[in-house]
Design a binder for this molecule. Structure first.
Ligand code: GDP
Ligand code: CO
Length: 398
């Protein structure tokens, strides 16, 4: 890949948030090009061999809930061969067993492609047992099973990736229409990690555009309502502490993101649509130098956050309507509102925004999302004894 060097960045304690990087070539050549040995350039080359090296250590977690099999198959097809897909499904098992259909399709696909994979049902006993043995009961509900929800599926995915010895974990939704964009996202994740100088890093994708039909034409929208609002308030929080107004944060709702394993294990997570926004808030809380940080080694090494603009348009299953958007806005802003870092004036503005959007009424405060503490304290050795997941790649738990 050939992409811009991130010349500008905002520092917030140990966090380095880089500006959005533009891609010049998706395939930037197999080996390092001599021309890049000169220090004077604005574009960098990350050769394919470097991307491949990282992809071997990367799992791609695909959260699935009752998506069309054809779309899911397209997503599998876009994942580079070296990356291991981990499918965490919360699809129906009653009446029509959607999960069995997914398993069959994925198993056949991966046999043909000779590709390793792991699939687990979010509500399976085996997955729940892993968290019970690993002494991480937070993810389990009254029935003793992993809670419902996309964020919960993502957490389970991180843990499976860790048990499989992966160093990086990326997320890609199952309802993506373009295998080409899935391929691009995976390469971008690897390119982000190739640039990082610390073990604690994250890559977030800014969608190039989301095509919509307006009248009889295609319109390539850049910003959705949710991300416009979320980014505005995240930038406000950043500006409050740095004293300089900024617009650098562009990926406050990036569902498409990847984390290095050491960072993935240190962050706290929230449920629902706030999980991606809360990454930023939690990194500012944990590594911002304002609140206590129990991890001096992270403060020393630093945390790097890359934002890369994809070239493919993003097209996924048709939007789930206005309520879905309102819920996303509320959860995203709630993640900021309830943070100890959020100053009173920003809280006031958030309340005004939510009222203006008719999301909350007078006198109300935004929801408090369920929170999951960092996975670092989980007992992975004990969890590992539940099943040999590495041996289980190409294996389908019941
Ligand atoms: P949107 O793209 O933000 O509108 O959200 P989607 O409804 O498309 O969900 C994003 C991804 O998460 C899709 O691949 C869904 O199938 C998946 N998903 C949604 N809910 C759950 C869940 O409870 N568990 C799991 N494992 N995946 C889910
Ligand atoms: Co979607």
């Amino acid at each position: 890949m050939r992409l811009e060097l991130p010349a500008r960045a905002e520092r917030f304690g140990a966090n380095l948030f880089y500006q959005v990087q533009k891609i010049y070539e998706l395939d930037g050549g197999l080996h390092l090009d001599d021309e890049f040995s000169s220090p004077f350039h604005v574009i960098q080359q990350i050769p394919q061999d470097k991307l491949h090296e990282i992809e071997q250590d990367m799992a791609i977690v695909i959260p699935v809930k009752d998506e069309r099999l054809r779309l899911l198959e397209g997503v599998l097809c876009g994942i580079p061969h070296a990356c291991m897909p981990i499918i965490v499904s919360n699809s129906k098992r009653e009446h029509v067993d959607r999960y069995a259909m997914e398993r069959n399709m994925i198993d056949t696909f991966c046999r043909y492609a000779k590709k390793k994979y792991v699939i687990a049902h979010q509500r399976s006993l085996e997955l729940a047992e892993l968290f019970r043995q690993g002494d991480y009961p937070h993810l389990l509900d009254e029935e003793g099973l992993v809670r419902n929800g996309k964020a919960e599926g993502m957490l389970a995915g991180i843990v499976l990736a860790k048990l499989l010895g992966k160093k990086y974990v990326g997320f890609i939704d199952a309802d993506n229409f373009f295998p080409g964009s899935v391929f691009e996202y995976s390469s971008i994740y690897a390119a982000g990690f190739a640039q990082s100088k610390t073990p604690y890093s994250m890559t977030r994708i800014q969608w190039h555009s989301k095509p919509k039909v307006v009248g009889s034409d295609l319109f390539f929208a850049k910003w959705g309502r949710v991300s416009r609002i979320t980014n505005h308030y995240l930038n406000m929080l950043l500006s409050h502490y740095t004293g300089f107004e900024t617009e650098l944060v562009r990926t406050g709702n990036a569902g498409e993101h990847a984390l290095s394993m050491p960072l993935a294990l240190l962050l706290d997570y929230t449920t629902g649509f706030s999980i991606e926004t809360y990454h930023f808030v939690n990194m500012m809380e944990k590594f911002g130098g304002i609140l206590d940080c129990p991890y001096p080694e992270v403060l020393k090494a630093g945390v790097e956050i890359f934002q890369v603009e994809s070239r493919n348009p993003h097209l996924h299953e048709a939007s789930k309507g206005n309520d879905h958007i309102r819920e996303m806005i509320e959860y995203s802003l709630a993640a900021l509102y309830h943070s100890k870092l959020c100053p009173a004036n920003a809280q006031k503005e958030i309340l005004l925004e939510l009222k203006r959007q008719k999301i909350i009424g007078k006198g109300a405060t935004p929801v408090i999302a369920h929170r999951y503490p960092a996975l670092i304290n989980m007992n992975f050795d004990a969890a590992n004894r539940v099943a040999d997941w590495a041996k289980h790649s190409n294996f389908v738990p019941a």
